[in-house]
Design a protein around this ligand. Structure first.
Ligand code: ATP
Length: 344
C-alpha cells in the first residue's frame, strides 16, 4: 500500500476549526479506501510569526519539501508572507478554483459549474512597489510569455476534460495594451492548438457583469493573477459564499490545496464556519495525488468526498452560512458518516 506524506498547515482564524473538520474526513477516507496519509503538521502564519518573528519557518519548508502534497488552512495578517511566498518558492503557477452549485446551497443558478485557472506567480503580486517622494507610488505589473503560455495551456487542458469544453480569457487589453496584450495574444495562439475547445474573450469589467447575469454560461475562466483573485471571490457568492469554494495551487511536481477565503476573524472560534471549502480542497488534493501517482484509490476517495458532501446537503444538514443550524464539526461528522455509508 502506498503512503503519501502530507504537510498540514492549519493556519489562523477559522483555519484550525476547518482543519479539525477536514481531518475527520481524511480519517474515514483512509479507513475506507485503503489509503495511508502520513499527515505532518507544519507551522505557518500569524501565531508562529508572533512567537518567532517568521511567518513561514525553515522547519515548515523542510516538511513541505519532503511531502507529496500540502494542505493548508487560511492564514491571517501574514497571508502574503506565507502563501505568496510558497507559490513562488515551489513555482505553483496555476491557481485552480472550481465554483460549482451544490444542491440545497443558496445558489444563483443551479447549473453553475465553472473553474478559474488563474496565473499564480506574477502580475502585480510580485510585490514590486515603490515610492517616489511622499506623494507618488508605483506598482509594477509583470506579465511574461512563459507564464502566459503555461496558464493558457493548463486552462485549455482543463477544458478538454469538462463537458462544456469552453475557455474564456479575461483581460483588459484595451487599456493595458502591452501586458494584457501579451496575455491575450498567447491565449489566442494557444487556442489554435485546441480546435475542439470553444474560445472567447471578455474584458474584466464585462466578466464581472456576466458572472452575475449569466453565470451558468461560463466553463473555464483563464485569468492573470489579480483579476482571477477578485473574480473568484465574486463567483463564490453565486454558490453560497466563500465557504463553498476550494482551491489548488499547482506546479509541475508539487501542489498545495487551500480554501480560497481568508481567515475570517469575524467568525473564528464560534464553530459556525462552513468546512466545505477545506473539505473540498482535500478532495482536490486526493484527485491530484490520484492523477500524479496514478492511484485509482485516491481518485475513488475524492469522488466519495464530493458525493458525501452532496448527500449531506440534500439531507438538509448545513451550517448557518447555508441556512442550517449545525456546527462546523457536526457538518464534517455528517459528511464523514455519509462517506462510510457510501463505501462498499
Ligand atoms: P482575511 O483578512 O484573512 O482575508 P477577511 O475576513 O477579510 O479575512 P475572508 O476571511 O476571506 O476575509 O472572509 C470574508 C467574509 O466571508 C467574512 O465575513 C467571513 O466570515 C466569510 N467567510 C469566509 N470563509 C468562510 C467560511 N468558511 N464559512 C463561513 N463564512 C466564511
Amino acid at each position: 500500500m502506498t503512503e503519501y506524506k502530507i504537510a498540514l498547515m492549519p493556519g489562523d482564524g477559522i483555519g484550525p476549526e476547518l482543519t479539525e473538520a477536514t481531518l475527520k474526513i481524511l480519517k474515514v477516507v483512509q479507513e475506507n479506501f485503503d489509503i495511508t496519509l502520513n499527515i505532518v503538521p507544519a507551522e505557518a502564519g500569524d501565531e508562529v510569526f508572533k512567537k518567532t518573528g517568521v511567518a513561514l519557518p525553515e522547519s515548515s519548508l523542510k516538511i513541505i519539501r519532503e511531502s507529496h502534497a500540502c494542505l493548508k488552512g487560511p492564514v491571517g495578517e501574514t497571508a502574503a508572507d506565507v502563501i505568496v511566498r510558497l507559490r513562488l518558492l515551489f513555482d505553483l503557477y496555476a491557481n485552480v478554483r472550481p465554483i460549482k452549485a451544490f444542491p440545497n446551497a443558496p445558489v444563483a443558478h443551479p447549473d453553475i459549474d465553472m473553474i478559474f485557472v488563474r496565473e499564480n506567480t506574477e502580475d502585480v503580486y510580485k510585490g514590486l512597489e515603490y515610492s517616489i517622494g511622499n506623494d507618488t507610488t508605483i506598482c509594477l505589473r509583470v506579465i511574461t510569455r512563459k507564464n502566459c503560455e503555461r496558464i493558457a495551456k493548463r486552462a485549455f487542458e482543463t477544458a478538454m476534460s469538462r463537458p462544456k469544453k469552453k475557455v474564456t480569457a479575461i483581460h483588459k487589453a484595451n487599456v493595458m495594451r502591452i501586458t494584457d496584450g501579451l496575455f491575450k495574444r498567447v491565449c489566442q495562439e494557444t487556442a489554435k492548438n485546441y480546435p475542439n475547445i470553444q474560445y472567447n474573450e471578455m474584458y474584466v469589467d464585462a466578466a464581472t457583469m456576466h458572472l452575475i447575469r449569466t453565470p451558468q454560461d461560463f466553463d473555464v475562466l483563464c485569468t492573470c493573477n489579480m483579476f482571477g483573485d477578485i473574480l473568484s471571490d465574486e463567483a463564490a457568492q453565486l454558490i453560497g459564499g466563500l465557504g463553498m469554494a476550494p482551491g489548488a495551487n499547482i506546479g509541475n511536481n508539487f501542489a498545495l490545496f487551500e480554501p480560497i477565503h481568508g481567515s475570517a476573524p469575524d467568525i473564528a472560534g464560534k464553530q459556525i464556519a462552513n468546512p466545505i471549502s477545506m473539505i473540498l480542497s482535500a478532495k482536490m488534493m486526493l484527485d491530484w495525488i490520484g492523477e500524479q501517482y496514478n492511484d485509482p484509490k485516491c481518485l475513488k476517495a475524492a469522488k466519495a468526498i464530493e458525493k458525501a458532501t452532496i448527500q449531506t446537503l440534500i439531507n438538509g444538514i448545513t451550517v448557518p452560512d447555508l441556512g442550517g443550524n449545525v456546527s462546523t464539526q457536526q457538518m464534517a461528522q455528517a459528511i464523514a458518516t455519509a462517506i462510510q455509508n457510501l463505501s462498499p
